[in-house]
Ligand binder design. Sequence first.
Ligand code: HEM
Length: 212
Amino acid sequence: MSETVPFHQSVRRSTLEAHQRANHSPFMDALFDGRLAVADYARLVEQYAVVYDALESVGEAMAQDPVAGPFVVDALRRGPHIAADLAFYGVTDPEPLPATLRYADRIREVADRPAAFVAHHYTRYLGDVAGGQAVAALLPRRYGVTGGGTAFYDFSALGPVPRFRAHYRALLDAAPWDEDERARVIEEVTRAYELNIAMFHDLWDTTGAAAA
Ligand code: HEM
């Protein structure tokens, strides 16, 4: 029988296990259990500053690409939102951890490969639009963060999230990639998850809670 699974579903299914590990990395588990300090969360935002700087500068260059270009929309851009959150947490100079630098380097390395760039774009932005919302709810509830500090998760400029996700999945399904290229996209999404996991690992290692 011929392959009838839409590509977006193959991506999701092939990376479910990596998603679970990212989602349940010790730093994320501790964040969700309310065991971290607000300053630890602020350090995550610092790492995001570096990762999204890479993602969005490569994204600007990709905006003209016929395949990757339509993925790059202003309403997703996190740079200004991250800047607002950093100001809220009193961070003036984000300090990237080694794994964060490796992650940002990888994004820059694929700057001439639209399909690989889309893999990185998907892993971060679709995750932020979906699961990220749980973090937005958590910050006031478990950490008493109010009056700011959650701009990163504000995607109101996108319009209704279900419509956006359907549109994004349709773009993935319509991309003119053959089986080999699709396999490489899945490989790069898996790599992006691993890079996130390594970044969470570095964050965890430098967190007071890790020693507790
Ligand atoms: C913080 C803990 C996390 C939670 C609670 C969480 C939860 C979720 C949930 C509920 C969805 C929606 C599933 C669906 O409706 O189909 C989702 C989707 C997604 N998440 Fe996460 N997630 C977390 C962390 C992450 C991380 C760290 C990444 C990657 C860096 C990530 C990447 C994604 C992606 C790419 C999707 C979209 C899947 C698709 O529709 O193709 N998530 N997540």
